[in-house]
Design a protein around this ligand. Sequence first.
Ligand code: 6R9
Length: 645
Amino acid sequence: MTDETRIAVPATAKAGTHCDLAGYEALYAQSMENPDGFWRDQIGRLDWVKTPTVMGNWSYDPVDIKWFEDGVLNASTQCLDRHLATRGDQTAIIWEADSPDAPSRTLTYRELHGEVCRMANVLKGMGVTKGDRVTIYMPMIPEAATAMLACARVGAVHSVVFGGFSPDAISGRIQDADCRFVITADAGARGGRPVPLKVNVDKALESCPGVTGVLVVRHDGKPVAMADGRDVWWHEARETVPAHCAPEPMGAEDPLFILYTSGSTGKPKGVLHTTGGYMLWANLTFHYVFDYREGEIHWCTADVGWVTGHSYIVYGPLSQGATTLMFEGIPNYPDVSRFWQVIEKHKVNIFYTAPTALRALMREGEAPVKKHDRSSLRLLGSVGEPINPEAWLWYWRTVGDEKLPIIDTWWQTETGGVLISSLPGAIDMKPGSATKPFFGVCPELVDAEGQFIEGPASGNLVLTRSWPGQMRTVYGDHERFVQTYFSTYKGMYFTGDGARRDEDGYWWITGRVDDVINVSGHRLGTAEIESALVAHPDVAEAAVVAVPHDIKGQGIYAYVTPNMGVEATEDMVKELKFCVREHISPIATPDFIHLTPALPKTRSGKIMRRILRKIAENDTSNLGDISTLADPSVVQALIEGRKNR
Ligand code: 6R9
């Protein structure tokens, strides 16, 4: 794809837009030249108990980030109370079940407000107080949003754990955040298969003696074990409490949630977001990036277990008074037209999904898309990984009939909301480019030494200014926050991504430059997968690298060295895959496991990952300098082993 391939803002996107090109340029300039003035103009987007007088108060060296620090507000009020007078009877959440035969559900803003207040009261009754951490492990049902908002209402900090994670992964996260409470459901369903959530929680809690209360939502309806004195049924408890609960006034810098994400080293980090800055960022980006229009139905296909679900299923849309659709299922169940069927059924206006889903559906041809009425659609969005131009063009032509704007939104768990994206009514598109920075965002390219690179070029993507939605710390480990994001290049936030800026100043994100693998938009650290592999008693050592994958974007290639005397067998490969599923999740299962008696190492004992990547990609024509290896013959053996796969 050449940079000349430029697709003008479609006429459909210009009509009624909140922001045209001149508007974008003016607001962006204001956000750079007079940030205080810009943010003073924006803070009225939220209902404050006490309006802040201080805007940004931050430094990247030393690292100390605060926004709106003297403001007071409650996040649930933004999403509920302030809509009651004007849109109490409007649908807040539409729920579509895993099975197309199950009835869908809707909740109005008034109903959601009542549910959230009741759950907040139940949580209080269980002993939850301001500042407590609460783990939420839920299927994609409205009660997941209720749970998040109920925590916010009482000032508790939620930590949502994706429903696909294993008991080990849940317990690690509960322990790290020192949670005493869990909200879960009996079971979920995905693609026609039950997901045993309560069973997984019970297993996780065997190693979490600190948990004193578990609130269980009945969804599947099949019997589950309930521990006396610890487990509480939501449908029973909700009958015993009033549907009113005063929101806890929170300082803007009080924590709203923790969300674990993988990095290049160690175990997953608890990314901490605070109340005022995060809420304003979620609200503002939802307004401009999705160019949300009154009355529209917004569907983000992510799970609430990821940041995309936090910001663009729950906090962004609800704070704006939108109707948000929650889908329990998957794109190819019961067949590959499910997405388009749901769009037709609920007359979806905004559709926001991941490139991996588009690539998988693209393979199925046009027919499953074309047979459904998509005339309600106004905007298409993409998130989670770089979108290749082929998938972009398929989205544009087949789904959007060359009429709908596509927003390719680059951001991270750490950033709280979108940082680089086109604005649909303002910025011409280029297939595969995330285009331009959002207001207040200042991206730059640096070389390996941290020197700025000017003009059209490639390099490492850094951000030189803070924005309100930025994470504030790693829960319980501020030093790790500083080390991970601010030590590679002093005085800048390092994203971990590589990028290119073209001659028009458009940004093209090229993917991670650290040891993070992006499998179907899910972030996984190589170190995490390696530690799951070496947990097997017969394993001496493991090294994991990414390989290109047609659908998933990246696949996982694991090199594993068995202990001396252990035979490398297919059974061992199976056991190792099982080990990863048990320790982390099925999404982390390696696509290839390459058993090898040795790994290529430098004389100082460092594994040469560059070489392992090349061998995994079958690109061994130019391995570069291998003279520093302690034993160069290892490389030839690995190449032979790769050939035999
Ligand atoms: C929101 C989310 C963050 C990483 C990020 C980058 C990749 C996300 C992207 C994208 C290219 C896009 N990424 N969106 N790469 N274009 N539009 O996905 O958060 O799970 O923390 O992942 O995902 O590599 O650094 P998270």
